[in-house]
Design a protein around this ligand. Structure first.
Ligand SMILES: Nc1ncnc2c1ncn2[C@@H]1O[C@H](COP(=O)(O)OP(=O)(O)OP(=O)(O)O)[C@@H](O)[C@H]1O
Ligand SMILES: [Mg+2]
Length: 257
């Protein structure tokens, strides 16, 4: 699904961000990407959705050579990839509703359907009651779940999350991680960049470690305390733990304006 072949990236000025990185992530896998600050995690992720191009090497996403995609076709690639940016990238002058429905809007989804999608996506991250707020009215720890809801709204084939729990308290961080595992269980390929060694060791799974731009290791870790996931619960797209739910769900016809 995501293949890197000897991918290197140098920035003008000689800074080498990635150095001959090769790996293959099959469809449906969940992978942690880790490494110290400056190791190249964000650079690597940005190449998957063509926000950066390699200086050398090749990247295939879904069998397609990402560097060869014409500029006009890049939006098609990005529609299949949900991205949670390290700096959220919410638009301050747009409401939470408008932020999370950015892609459905572009795709011309009708307003009622947009509301339903937004409500469901925000409910999954416990923020359905903040639909009409603006990002600056939310704390950093609240903006992060909004960015996650926006990434999930289109049910992407690939979910890329760059430090998605960096601003969250430990409880919310655990719940968000559980959400990612559920999304993965439903078939989405998930790549999570994180510094959080404790989480990786607890959850376990495949871990790619970058060190000064090189892939220092690609290993399978057995988690010490992997979260238990109910496949049936994962099927239900809006499954969220009780304490994260804001208010009782309004009936479908009363989805908030
Ligand atoms: N646009 C850019 N121009 C020049 N250098 C850059 C640019 N983006 C990243 N770099 C450099 O590339 C290296 C890798 O950066 P990157 O952001 O990928 O690291 P990271 O692993 O995501 O770090 P962090 O954990 O702090 O988010 C760093 O040395 C950084 O300074
Ligand atoms: Mg980064």
């Amino acid at each position: 699904m995501i293949q890197f072949f000897h991918v290197s990236k140098s920035y003008p000025g000689g800074q080498t961000a990635l150095d001959e990185v090769t790996f293959d992530i099959p469809r449906g896998e969940l992978v942690f990407l880790t490494g110290a600050s400056g190791a190249g995690k964000t650079t690597l992720l940005r190449m998957i959705f063509r926000e950066e191009v390699p200086t050398s090497g090749q990247i295939l996403v879904n069998g397609r050579n990402v560097s060869a995609i014409p500029r006009s076709k890049i939006p098609y690639l990005r529609r299949t990839i949900g991205v949670v940016f390290q700096d959220f990238r919410l638009i301050a002058r747009k409401t939470i509703f408008e932020n999370v429905t950015y892609l459905p809007q572009v795709l011309g989804v009708d307003l009622q359907e947009q509301k339903k999608l937004a409500y469901q996506a925000l409910r999954r991250v416990g923020l359905a009651h903040r639909l009409n707020a603006f990002p600056p009215e939310l704390s950093g720890g609240e903006q992060q779940p909004v960015a996650i809801a926006r990434a999930l709204i289109n049910d992407p084939d690939i979910l890329i999350a760059d430090e998605p729990t960096g601003n969250l308290d430990p409880d919310l961080s655990r719940e968000i991680l559980r959400l990612f595992l559920e999304v993965n269980l439903r078939g989405t390929t998930v790549i999570l960049a994180t510094h959080d060694r404790d989480t990786i060791q607890r959850v376990g799974g495949r871990v790619l470690t970058l060190d000064h731009g090189r892939l220092a290791s690609d290993q399978e870790l057995v988690g010490t305390d992997p979260p238990t996931l109910d496949p049936l619960a994962a099927e239900a797209a809006t499954q969220v733990p009780e304490e994260l739910l804001p208010a009782p769900e309004p009936p479908a016809e009363e989805i908030p304006e």
